[in-house]
Design a binder for this molecule. Structure first.
Ligand code: FES
Length: 339
């Protein structure tokens, strides 16, 4: 199985309306379009006639029309030539599904399993997209360690002065999943956030993480405990991060955030908590993007890196990315010993 055989979320549904959208997935250019009866097509973004970009075209009925000479294509790629009706042009098509507010694509005919991200006790807060100019591995790296939270996060995680108190339990016993259980003192928070989410700046912050590799994605369960009583705060969050390669140098980071039953009911949740949480998550995503894009060296090789005690999952994840996601038999070279 190679990268394109996995189900990848490639676009938030709200961004695909009447106008076709061109995306790139693992270097493959794809035109997405929504037909008049609501079906979605995903076909190679190059007209078989003379290679015009099909995403520059438009939808007529249930067909995507090429803007160069007007040939048109159905969602399975079957084409029709206006000038030469006996021709049977065919554009390469991809399997496509719309679910969880996202549009998902994979190579036609692959048997990849669809990710299950149903959280029945949670409410969706927001779905976000960040386009990060680093390879997939480097985006997964930063999401596999909590040490960057001190400087890379404004709100979530520990202060730099408390990094020695961060505890992480790693579980690499499952060859398909890496698991991390992180616990740390929460850094001070603005008073309004403490009130809105019933969290205190002196709480213990917990992040239970699972990373899977078909496609590459991370689920987190986030919650806080009162340091004195050990009681868990009522509001808990879940996040799901999908790491979708645009090409070898860029990655689309698609994130979904959920919260447990809102304290003040749905009306105030929609009015207050939802927009504030959305703004916070978008801010944190942008901040991490800028940090990552400032890396001096964006090669994915681990050789020569000097990894610390909180970096253990990075090596495990790289091996699983190679084996499960990329379908390579070889492992990856190890970095300098983790101390
Ligand atoms: S290039 Fe598309 S119709 Fe000619």
């Amino acid at each position: 199985m190679n990268e394109l055989h996995h189900w990848h979320p490639v676009l938030l549904s709200k961004f695909l309306k009447q106008k076709p959208v061109g995306i790139q997935l693992c270097g493959q250019e794809i035109a997405l379009f929504r037909t008049k009866n609501g079906e979605i097509g995903a076909i190679e973004d190059s007209c078989p006639h003379r290679r015009m970009r099909l995403s520059n075209g438009w939808v007529e009925g249930n067909k995507l029309v090429c803007p160069y000479h007007g040939w048109n294509y159905e969602i399975d790629g079957t084409g029709h030539s206006c000038s030469t009706p006996n021709l049977r042009p065919c554009a390469k098509s991809f399997d496509v599904v719309e679910k969880y507010g996202l549009i998902w694509v994979k190579a036609t005919g692959s048997q990849a399993q669809f990710p299950n991200i149903d959280f029945p006790d949670y409410h969706l807060v927001c779905a976000l997209e960040h386009h990060v100019h680093v390879p997939l591995e480097l985006l997964v790296d930063t999401n596999s360690e909590i040490e960057h939270a001190a400087l890379g996060h404004t709100f979530f995680g520990h202060a730099l002065s408390q990094v020695s108190e961060v505890e992480v339990k790693f579980d690499f016993s499952d060859p398909e999943v890496t698991r991390l259980a992180e616990k740390m003192p929460q850094k001070p928070l603005p008073g309004i956030l403490e009130k809105l989410f019933s969290v205190n700046g002196s709480d213990r912050f917990f992040d239970k993480i699972e990373i899977r590799f078909s496609p590459v994605y991370k689920t987190s369960q986030l919650y806080w405990e009162n340091e004195q009583t050990g009681q868990r705060r009522k509001e808990q969050l879940r996040s799901v991060y999908f790491f979708t390669p645009v090409n070898e140098r860029e990655t689309k980071w698609i994130s979904l955030y959920y919260i447990t039953a809102p304290r003040w009911g749905i009306f105030l949740f929609n009015l207050l908590q939802k927009p504030i949480l959305t703004a916070i998550m978008n801010h944190e995503g942008n901040r991490e993007k800028h940090v990552l894009e400032a890396l001096a060296d964006k090669r994915v090789e681990l050789d020569g890196m000097c990894l610390g005690r909180l970096d253990q999952a990075i090596v495990e994840n790289r091996q699983r990315i190679q084996r499960i996601y990329r379908g390579h038999k070889q492992g990856v070279a190890k970095a300098m010993a983790i101390s």
